[in-house]
Design a protein around this ligand. Structure first.
Ligand SMILES: Cc1cc2nc3c(=O)[nH]c(=O)nc-3n(C[C@H](O)[C@H](O)[C@H](O)COP(=O)(O)OP(=O)(O)OC[C@H]3O[C@@H](n4cnc5c(N)ncnc54)[C@H](O)[C@@H]3O)c2cc1C
Length: 111
């Protein structure tokens, strides 16, 4: 994320402010600063999320959730075929991984 001044981002911040003013009226103030996500240049992301190429099957996604020796567990949107590429997919996969850890640790019944 980067902090920008409204002047630096005026080409798209101005239309946003105009939309806000149609909702809240002309009393909506100009922004003092703007926080911008920079997915395409973030070195930890580079704008990426999983993409199902031709020939990919649900098993390819679900297989990425497979634990290693019941010691290393994986979660993330790329591990859940039905909701891959979404925030709720990432969340659900995290719950799945937590439950798998709980079962291995003996604090959850096997389901
Ligand atoms: C531009 C864009 C728009 C999107 N819009 C939507 C939307 O409208 N609705 C929706 O549901 N989903 C949307 N998504 C998808 C959604 O953001 C992702 O599916 C979700 O964030 C995936 O969550 P995650 O926890 O699996 O991975 P991430 O959120 O990518 O988390 C992975 C984390 O691991 C960190 N990391 C990477 N490598 C390392 C390393 N070596 N060491 C330590 N940390 C590391 C990364 O910095 C990151 O914080 C969008 C994605 C993008 C890029």
């Amino acid at each position: 994320m980067s902090l920008w001044t409204p002047k630096q981002t005026s080409h798209w911040s101005r239309p946003s402010v105009e939309i806000l003013r149609t909702i809240f009226g002309n009393s909506a103030p100009d922004p003092t600063s703007i926080l911008v996500t920079c997915w395409s240049t973030d070195r930890h992301a580079y704008g990426a999320y999983s993409y199902a190429g031709v020939g990919v099957t649900p098993a390819d996604f679900n297989g990425l959730a497979g634990p290693v020796n019941n010691r290393l567990f994986f979660a993330g949107e790329h591990t859940i075929f039905n909701y891959h590429g979404t925030v709720h997919g990432a969340y659900l996969s995290g719950l799945e991984a937590a439950m798998a850890i709980g079962r291995v640790a003996g604090v959850l019944d096997s389901v």
